[in-house]
Design a protein around this ligand. Sequence first.
Ligand code: GLY
Length: 393
Amino acid sequence: MKKISPTLTGHTPGRRVEVFLANGLIDRLGEVILQSVGAHGRGPGVPSGKSKSQAKSSARSTNRSPIEIVTDRNVAGLLGQRVIDSLANSGWSVNVSVTPAGENIKSSATVAKLHNHWFELGYDRNTPVIALGGGTVGDVTGFAAATFLRGLPFWQVPTSIVAQVDAALGGKVGINHTRGKNLIGCFYQPAGIVIDPSALDTLPIRERCSGFAEVVKYGVIADRTLFQACERHLESWISGDEAIPDSVIKRCARIKLRIVAADETDHGLRRTLNFGHTLGHAFERWGKYRALRHGEAVALGMVGAGWMAMKRGLWSGRDFTRLAKLCTLLRPRRLAAFKVSDIARHLSVDKKRIRGRNVWILPRGIGRVDVCADVTEKEISGALSYIAAWLRS
Ligand code: GLY
C-alpha cells in the first residue's frame, strides 16, 4: 500500500507533529494510524503492504489491538461508520464512545466516564485514542488521553472549520470548571492530526461562519495573502457556493505549527493567536456560552481590538474598515443589547491576565500584530460602545 506522507510537520520540544490533509482521508484513517504506529513497532499486527481484504482476514487471525474513537452524537451519525470501517479494515479492534453534543461535555464527569470505560476495556499505554469531531470533542478527549496512564497516543480528526484550522493543532487540551472555560487542562501534543476538508460539507451555515472568524484571525496576525483571499471569497465560502480550498486550511495550519514550535506553552508568540479572543471570551461568558458561537464572539472581539489599534494609530482606518467588512459577514445575526459594563466585568476573569491586566493583541497592519498589556478602561469602553453601534448598523 502506498505510504501516505504528512502534508505538514511541526516540531515542539517534546515531539514531532504530523498533519495529514486531503479530501477522503477519513476513509484512510486506519492506514495513516497503522503506518505511524507500525513505524514505532506497536501496530495491530497487520503488516502494511497487504490488501484491504488480506488485512481483514489477517486481523481476524491475530489478537487485534484495540483503538478508541471518541465522538459526539452529531458527528457519529455523519461520519462514525466510515471511520469505524477504515480502522477495522486496517486490523484494529474498534471501540466507540459517543458523547452528547455541546460544550457541556467538557467536564470532569466526561473524563471520569471515559477513564472508567478504558480501564474496563483494559487499555494500555499503546492504545490509540481518536478524537473525531470539533474542538469540544478534541479538548475533552485529548485531556482524558493525556491523563490516562500518564498518556495514550492521541489522534485529532477535526470535523469543524474551527478545529481544522486552529483547535486541533497546538496540543491545548482541557475541560471547563464552574469558574470558567478551559481552566483545567494541559499541553499534550497529538500523535497526528488528520484533516479531511470534505468533512466540512455538511456543516450548517452558522457553524461555517464561526469557523471563518479563525481564518480571518490568521490573516490579520500573520498572512496578508490569506486576508486578501478572505476579502475575495469569504461570502461564497460561507454560502457554500465555493468550497473552502485546502490551501486555506493548510496556510492556517502552517502558521499555527510555526507559532507553536516557537512557543508551545503560550508565554510569548502564541499569545498572538488570541487576537479577538480577549473581548471574544468576555462576550462568550456574558452570553453564558449559549448566545454566541465562539467565532461570532471572536468577530466582535476582532472589531473591538481593531478599533483600539486604529485609535492608537497602530494601523490605518482603511485596514480597520477592511477587517470590519469581513467581520460584518461573521457577526451574530441577532444579539440582545448589552451594557458596556457587563462585558467589561467579564473581562476581569480572563485566565490569560498577567499581574491583573488583560493581554491584548492589537494589529499593526494586515499580517502583523503587537502584544499589549497597557490598554486602558477608557479604550475598552470605547471599543465596546463602537461594537454596540456597529451591530446596529
Ligand atoms: N487557540 C489558541 C491556541 O491554541 O493557543
